[in-house]
Ligand binder design. Structure first.
Ligand SMILES: Cc1cc2nc3c(=O)[nH]c(=O)nc-3n(C[C@H](O)[C@H](O)[C@H](O)COP(=O)(O)OP(=O)(O)OC[C@H]3O[C@@H](n4cnc5c(N)ncnc54)[C@H](O)[C@@H]3O)c2cc1C
Length: 408
């Protein structure tokens, strides 16, 4: 019996390690040494545009390398360059890759590959799937999510951007807001009102919009944490061909649900493996000792609680991803993951702020102190993005606890 027949997953893990050994360095497993190296602890980018652009280029290049070596879309259809392997393979790959020092591909993966890609696959026409899916998973096309509007966030079905029929397609007119990564994106998935007289969930259609079209204007919004990672997007008489429609006319709400469920899972997955874990295990633990609280039972207890909750989130996420990627519909557990992600990051920020004390308020150049400022100032955004905490709790109240539905 060959290794592959004996344990296909072990053979896949060996293949992944061989690929990573050939293309990347192993990440240092040394604990954070106070005062040494980068002390960036923030979540959003604060980099100047040229640095941010260089990081985006590195992300694209690394995604291309993954794709060319069979790791760009592990669960995707072979016809689009995927491997048609299971979600478990995907998880195994992510865990092995986390051992290596590779570029952060979040600009491509969190929204585009994690949310819009699966939506195009589920609801796009062949022309659109052929044109965009391989290009997205090769790292050439970045996608953004044009959902929220000044008057439609939690109540997303209230979108007012209009799409009107023309002979060969549609004309889009309206404004989107809070659009993450639009400044780097080539396409966006827009929800538009196509029947103003229908009940609000039934008059929406989804489109894929080429952001280089005339009439599209992307304006950055600066966040209080310093960076400008999301944008206003103005759509002024943008002509979109009908083959760029996703799903049925007036069937956009169903299409949006595919995206939103993948969003909660995508954000929630970060709860355990992403920034939060790195911060709590590394910087926060080091800060505890450095700030003289190494023997402080109350502070140690808080760190232990955060670590335990991150581990619980990790196991919940593994189960969710396994279900999602084997074709199951996401359930309310994606909302629990989103809640945990925001709460854990916020608790890390608050504990760090207490340990750092007044040094958080002014940059004295002291390593590992003022740098926590960005995370603390970003905490309100964690509770909002990907669906607010109140909305997640409503979903859990209705779908898990069986409480009466919100009046619509
Ligand atoms: C960092 C960040 C990135 C984002 N990226 C994107 C993106 O890429 N694309 C995109 O389309 N959008 C994006 N958003 C927007 C985000 O999805 C919305 O901000 C969010 O859905 C909330 O909508 P809103 O801001 O209009 O607030 P509102 O919906 O007006 O809510 C205001 C307050 O009222 C509460 N509330 C509203 N309705 C209810 C209810 N029924 N029951 C109880 N409480 C309620 C909310 O919880 C909130 O506290 C992003 C937001 C952030 C912070």
């Amino acid at each position: 019996m060959t290794t592959t027949e004996a344990d296909p997953l072990a053979a896949f893990a060996d293949e992944a390690r061989a690929f990573l050994d050939a293309h990347a360095e192993r990440r240092s497993t040394d604990a954070v040494i106070w005062g040494k190296g980068e002390d960036h602890t923030g979540y959003f980018s604060e980099d100047p545009p040229e640095v941010e652009q260089a990081l985006v280029d590195q992300a694209r290049a690394w995604q291309r390398t993954r794709y060319e070596n069979g790791f760009g879309w592990i669960t995707g259809p072979e016809s689009y360059g995927g491997r048609e392997l299971s979600g478990v393979h995907d998880l195994v790959y992510d865990q092995i890759e986390a051992e290596y020092d590779v570029p952060d591909t979040g600009v491509l993966s969190l929204i585009g590959l994690g949310m819009i890609g699966p939506t195009i696959l589920a609801h796009g026409r062949d022309e659109v799937r052929d044109r965009y899916l391989p290009a997205m998973f090769r790292g050439e096309v970045i996608a953004c999510q044009l959902f929220s509007e000044p008057g439609a966030g939690s109540d997303l079905a209230g979108v007012q951007t209009r799409a009107s029929r023309t002979e060969d397609g549609w004309v889009l007119r309206g404004q989107k807001v809070w659009t993450s990564v639009a400044q780097h994106a080539q396409i966006g998935m827009a929800l538009c009102r196509t029947d103003p007289d229908a009940p609000k969930h039934k008059g929406i259609t989804a489109f894929l919009v080429d952001l280089s079209l005339p009439g599209v204007e992307v304006r950055p919004l600066r966040q209080m944490s310093g960076g400008a990672e999301f944008n206003e997007v103005f759509l002024t008489d943008v002509h979109v061909p009908d083959d760029h429609r996703l799903g049925e006319v007036n069937g956009g709400w169903r299409v949006a649900l595919t995206t939103l469920m993948n969003e909660r899972a995508s954000v929630g997955n970060e709860a355990s493996t992403g920034v939060a874990r790195v911060l709590s295990d590394g910087f926060l633990a080091a800060l505890l000792h450095e700030s003289g609280h190494g023997e402080d039972a109350a502070a140690r207890r808080r760190l232990a609680e955060i670590t335990a909750d991150l581990t619980a989130a990790e196991y919940l996420n593994r189960a969710t991803i396994r279900r999602l990627r084997s074709g199951a519909q996401p359930g309310p557990e994606a909302s629990v993951s989103k809640l945990l992600w925001a709460q854990n990051l916020t608790r890390i920020a608050h504990l760090a702020a207490e340990l750092v004390g007044p040094r958080l308020t002014a940059d004295t150049g002291e390593w590992g102190t003022f740098s926590w400022n960005e995370l603390l100032l970003s905490a309100p955004a964690f509770r909002i993005l990907g669906g607010t905490e109140e909305i997640m709790k409503n979903i859990l109240g209705e779908r898990v606890l069986g409480l009466p539905k919100e009046p619509s």
